[in-house]
Structure formats: structure tokens, C-alpha cells
Design a protein around this ligand. Sequence first.
Ligand SMILES: [Fe+2]
Length: 246
Amino acid sequence: MGKSRTEMTPFGTRIKDEIRRQGWSYILEFQPFDDGGTSLTDLAREFGEPLEVSEDGSLIVETEMLPTASVSEPFNRPERIGWHNDFSTWPERPVLSMASVVSSPERGSSGDWLVVGIDLLLKELLRSAQGRRAVALLERGELPFCFAQGEDIRWFRVLDAEAGANRVRYYGRALRLGAELAGLNDSEVFDACETWEYAAETVGVRCPAETGALLVCNNWRSMHDRLEQSAGRRSRLCFVTGAEDV
Ligand SMILES: [Fe+2]
């Protein structure tokens, strides 16, 4: 067991309220000055236990755009990541993801986030026959996910109605690669992903990734994306376990 939960700050309270309402929270001016990540880990402790992300016990993943970064580090790659929620290929996964921008080279244009709550997304999808077909396929049974070429395929439900209306795990790239490797080339999965993502584009919100900005997502109740980023964009990621009530 780590440090016990601290009393909630005004930022913590606001984030909790917004996540309960829409599945995610965004604060433009969370940490305008670089404090090495202390504010981020302190915030994480208000919600649960920050995940140790390396063997040295670090609680923070530092990201930086590198054209040579591996596909297994999509957060460091220059291109857009694609709609996802984090740890979609992990059986157990941190509920909350927190991302804060340390430096942004072009104000308001480089590496902005897109985010959408699952309630809103499902509402949009259920308005059309095509959307209802996509939802039906994605909740019908387990589908293959593969994070990167050479890794094992893992089968999960995208939409798990039994776990509650808002239990979603999604990563378009991993699902498409998984479908390809599993020989599901009948385009059903690909069509469903396209419809799902089109709906996310339609009702999702763009949040500027300016220096000091923060995005907090409940990985079961929202999806996010990071648009193309250029050199000089750096951010910190912190993941929270044991935050089931948010
Ligand atoms: Fe992410």
C-alpha cells in the first residue's frame, strides 16, 4: 500500500465532478510552470494509487516527439495516435489517465487532444442504422486486439453491457491489426471501427494541448486521441489505479 488519499483540492473536486458527468475532464491552466511532475502525482493521489511505470519506481511517463520512436510508443510518435482509451490490451488496467503538457512548440496547434464521453458517443451512434449495426457488432462478443506486429493477439469485448452501460475498451489501430492477423478480413470489424470513429469525430471535443494543460480520462467511460505533434512537444503521463468510483 502507498500513501493514503489526500484531501481533495479544488482542481481535484472539479475533475471528479466533470468525470462523473461526462467521462473526462480538461483544465487549460493546470501547471503553467514545470515542477518536474509533482503536481501531477499529487493530483493522482487524490484519486487512488499512481501506477509505477518503470522498475525504478517512477510514477511518470515523460513523452517527447521523436520521428524515430517505435510504434510500441505511440505517444512519442509524430503522427496522430487514433481514437483509443489507454491500456486497451491489458486485462486489468488503470481507470484514470492523466496527461499534462510540459511544453508545446506551437500555441494551440500541435498535438491537441480530442476527447469524447461514451454516453454521448453511444447516443450519437444509436441515432442511425449504421451506428446501431456497429454497436451491435462491438458488443456481440470478444474481438482481437494486437498492440504491435509480433505481439500476441488478445481477445476482449469492446462494449461490455454486463459490466454496465459504459464499459468500453477501444483502440482502432490495435483492433484493425488484430482483425487482420486473426484473419477477420470480411470488413465487418473494419466497418464498425470506421463508423465508431466517425461518430467520435462528430461529437468529440478538441482540447488545446497548450503548455500547462491537463486532460484526465476515465478509460472505461471515454475515448481520446492526440493529433499530429511536432518537435518540442513534451508531456507527462500518470495513470491511476484503484479509482473505481470516478
Ligand atoms: Fe492515450
